[in-house]
Design a protein around this ligand. Sequence first.
Ligand SMILES: Cc1ncc(COP(=O)(O)O)c(C=O)c1O
Length: 490
Amino acid sequence: MDQNEAPLLDALADYHRLDRYGFTPPGHRQGRGADPRSLEVMGSDPFRSDVLSTAGVDDRKSSGGYLSKAEELMAEAVGADKAFFSTCGSSLSVKASILAVTKGSGDLLIGRDAHKSVVAGIILSGLQPRWIRPQWDRDLHIAHPPSPEEVEKMWQRYPDAAAALITSPTPYGTCADIQKIAEICHSRGKPLIIDEAWGAHLPFHDRLPTWAMDAGADICVVSVHKMGMGFEQGSVYHLQGSLVDPVRLSQCADLLSTTSANVMIYAAIDGWRRKMALEGQAALEKTLTLAGNVRTGLDALDGLHVLGPELVRAEASHDFDPLHILIDVSELGISGYQAADWLRDKCRLDVGLNDHRRIEATLSQSDDDKTTARLLEGMRQLIDAAPDMPEPAKVELPAPEDLEMETVLLPRDAFFGPVENVPAEEAAGRIAAEQLTPYPPGVPAILPGERINAAVVEYLRTGTAAGMVLPDPADPTVKTIRVVAHQRDQ
Ligand SMILES: Cc1ncc(COP(=O)(O)O)c(C=O)c1O
């Protein structure tokens, strides 16, 4: 195939060139009726390109086949058998993948450091999660992807499970030994799903961690908006081999997705694939060099430590993506929450992941010396300002074993059954009926169906007091927790 082509982009260009007009949604009619203030703030271009996919960019029968051609080009560019575009984020793609490998009931092996969208897939599917222990770093309080040995152990305990699902890279950039894990799954004839939401760029440079399809995974989900350069919500799920039925997979996505896909999200994925296929290796080479310089520059600043080698070692992860710049600010006597708030307030800089002692900046190919100079300058100013900041509130960090609570009820039953809200101090021993997820990174500390323990409640209570954000529980302040009502909780 000719990777120079971008069929969706070309079709959108034709739509404009031919002056098509639809008596169809979207009702703003390419901006004609849009709110003037919206036009002033966003410009007219987003409205102009917001057109229908079928009976819009393509005809009512999709006879141009632009979307499927764009997906074929993507699959070829990254070496998958098939690629499917989604406009509902990896959140949809992981749910569709979970539904596709199961038959509506049974077990699924999942690394416990899974994103909340994976848990949502478990709740919706009614499956029994069998949690695979991640590699906990007790000193850094970080979970790395599970080792192949842990995966093998879980297959021995649950040989009938439908599949295994592993997150790699994690939001910290640490990666699993996907090749070995895939071999273990395949020796039992079972598929491996990799949640590679943070790995859209991996196929396009040989010095980045191995991309899941090359390592033998069956399904791999990526967010194009995270480490790629598409619009928010753009995701691709890739498939290879014969263990997962492609029709089932796309029909499961169809169950969950919108019938009004945003063409701009599709077109941006198409354009990004074209750019990466043509110049990804060279562009990423520059970004890797930039990342190396930024890492060295930040690490040389007094009071900062950029995590690197300690994230890749026998008891930690198999590999690491250096574009995740994870900065420990604890020596400054402040928390990651304080650092993130201060950088936004005083330097107009936002960072991604933040926790009791770290912040993380992710670099993309859009960054250059100018953008990273802002980061370095912001961090220098933060170092100067830190002595005047209040002492951070102490977060009571649980031991890894405390984070592995027993799942005593199917997450679906716990979530949808009768619930009650109890004071947090009375929650220990009760079965959770909701997710409580520190965000970012979005890995739930408590899941529906788990028997809550006091250490995790204390972590979340002290965490929120220190600046942690929990977007999903009924009471984000964690004064109360939603648990399974007593008559079902035995
Ligand atoms: C590991 C992981 N999986 C899935 C998702 C969901 O991705 P999206 O935001 O594209 O829906 C995220 C988002 O942060 C994530 O970190």
